[in-house]
Design a protein around this ligand. Sequence first.
Ligand code: SF4
Length: 341
Amino acid sequence: MKEAMHYSALEGGKVRCGLCPHGCTIADGKRGICGVRENRAGRLFSLVYGRYSSAHPDPIEKKPLYHFHPGSTALSFGTLGCNLRCLHCQNWEISQSRDADFGELGELRAADIGEWAGRTGSEGVAWTYNEPTIWHEFALEGSIEARKRGLYTVYVTNGYISEAPLREIGARLDAANVDVKAFTEKFYKEVSGARLQPVLDACKLYRELRVHLELTYLIIPTKNDSAGEMERFCRWVVKELGPDVPVHFSRFHPDYRLGDVGPTPVKKVVEAWEIGRRAGLEYVYGGNVPRGDYDNTLCPGCGSLLIERSGFHAEVTGLRDGRCQNCGTAVPVIGARPGRL
Ligand code: SF4
């Protein structure tokens, strides 16, 4: 157990956590909404500091990050809990468990991450699988240690984090994929138990902090898949974040408490891809579309194929020194090396 950061003491032994926009007021002996921060006698503690539920060397494409060290491996860690309550959560066993035995989790020291990464051939570390925000104390320390060893650091996040902790971790992050779950407050309230606006604010702050940013939008039939909503989202990205921010549209599969909603039709992903391109996004990706260029990186200037992907493999074909080989358009892909990766 480690005393939490970003909280203040209140009267009557209560505390207020300031890590995420929920701002939970927590009575003695109770936990916040995320289930992993507990008030013990007027002090807030992290129950997951140095405790992991999952650890794997993953392709960076799996996060997904397509414009960041293509073909590299990121040693990926997750713990328990989440500050959102998404009815469709695909990792609900670890994110929504509220009666877990934290003592059964693996133990990890931040100082050991570099050696572990070296053993697995990893070039970086990713905080993922569950929401890294609620693991702040350890993810921060682990990111500092990882950077000391020359590793890159990545967040795969729902973006539900307050400004001060985001500035703190953002200074230690190289890249983030923010999962924007929909573009209405109604969806966030009814499906995720949260609010949209703080997520949008976090996306803007990631850009301000110069953390490489990509976005994911999981298309859920009847919930967030109207052409109008997806178009408003894409236009917002172009205007507020920039047309060069990659956007990944992905397909929903029935899970957890949304088992009665069918999977996303392939044609819906294609529609979203077209909406994104029409809205002015330069890099739009569509996951699990069997044919076409929906997973490849194309030059926004001339349409040439720059990075070809198959599964989680990438081949950098038409990109040299950050420019399209055919027309010279600058294409921001950090750490791209020519060849099959
Ligand atoms: S991090 Fe957890 S305890 Fe803190 S405000 Fe968010 S949900 Fe509440």
